[in-house]
Design a binder for this molecule. Structure first.
Ligand code: AP5
Length: 225
């Protein structure tokens, strides 16, 4: 089996976190890192980076590229994933051309470059409806939706029983800014990965449609000769 180093690209609320969980359930040897989850954990731990992150996130702005590169590459290194035979999934990073270039430069010496990038293409009206109903468990990054996948006990995480919260950046105003940021940054990013020949796209409004396409791409990559 080949290693899989996958980036999920998609607008805020397109389901990157949700599809990540489904992939980890199906492919047990793959692990994931979500840049948004890393930042929310730093905010909860009240670290220096957490304080910076909360200001950017509250305004719907992207954090500086250098901070994000250090955070995510540092995490990959700490987890021991910087090797040619490692498989991992990235959710939310890279999300600017500069981040993509920098990551490639840092992964290349380890022969651990990304080998698949999948864009989740979900209609904006579907995304807006989802966000209204989203609740999260910050320590784990588990995501719920009051209609699509509600918690077993209202307001509590299924695994730990800890409280679920609403994300401060899920207000209509901030969410609008995040969608605009995505629209502005995704073009060059897609061009970069398309030139490398590793960009794919899956389209749809439900997991029943999205997940089988995504899973098929992963299987093809794992078994490509
Ligand atoms: P981040 O946490 O990465 O947020 P995002 O990209 O805006 O994506 P979301 O987490 O909002 O959505 P998602 O696509 O994961 O959707 P989900 O699965 O939750 O980043 C947050 C902030 O951190 C950024 O704005 C920025 O400030 C900063 N940041 C992070 N990375 C950065 C970087 N690299 N550079 C600079 N700054 C960075 O699904 C959404 C909802 O829909 C859920 O309720 C879910 O249950 C529901 N749902 C999902 N799929 C389905 C379905 N198929 N059917 C019905 N409901 C569904």
């Amino acid at each position: 089996m080949n290693p899989l180093r996958l980036l999920l690209l998609g607008a805020p609320g397109s389901g990157k976190g949700t599809q990540t969980s489904k992939l980890l359930n199906q492919f047990k040897h793959i692990k994931s890192v979500s840049s948004g989850d890393l930042l929310r954990q730093r905010i909860q731990q009240k670290t220096d980076l957490g304080r910076i992150a909360s200001e950017y996130i509250a305004q719907g702005k992207l954090l500086p590229d250098s901070l994000m590169n250090d955070l995510v590459v540092g995490e990959l290194s700490t987890r021991g994933w910087l090797s040619a035979d490692s498989s991992f999934l990235l959710d939310g990073f890279p999300r600017t051309l500069e981040q993509a270039r920098s990551l490639r430069t840092q992964l290349a010496p380890h022969k651990a470059s990304l080998n698949l990038v999948v864009e989740l293409d979900v209609p904006t009206d579907v995304i807006l409806e989802r966000i209204e109903n989203r609740y999260v468990h910050v320590p784990s990054g588990r995501v719920y939706n009051l209609t699509y996948n509600p918690p077993k006990v209202s307001g509590k995480d299924d695994i730990t029983g800890e409280p679920l919260t609403k994300r401060p950046d899920d207000t209509a105003e901030v969410f609008g800014k995040r969608l605009k940021n995505y629209a502005e940054t995704v073009g060059p990013l897609k061009h970069f990965y398309s030139e490398l020949g590793i960009l794919k796209k899956v389209s749809g409004s439900t997991s029943d449609i999205i997940f089988p396409q995504l899973s098929k791409l992963v299987v093809q990559k794992l078994h490509q000769s």
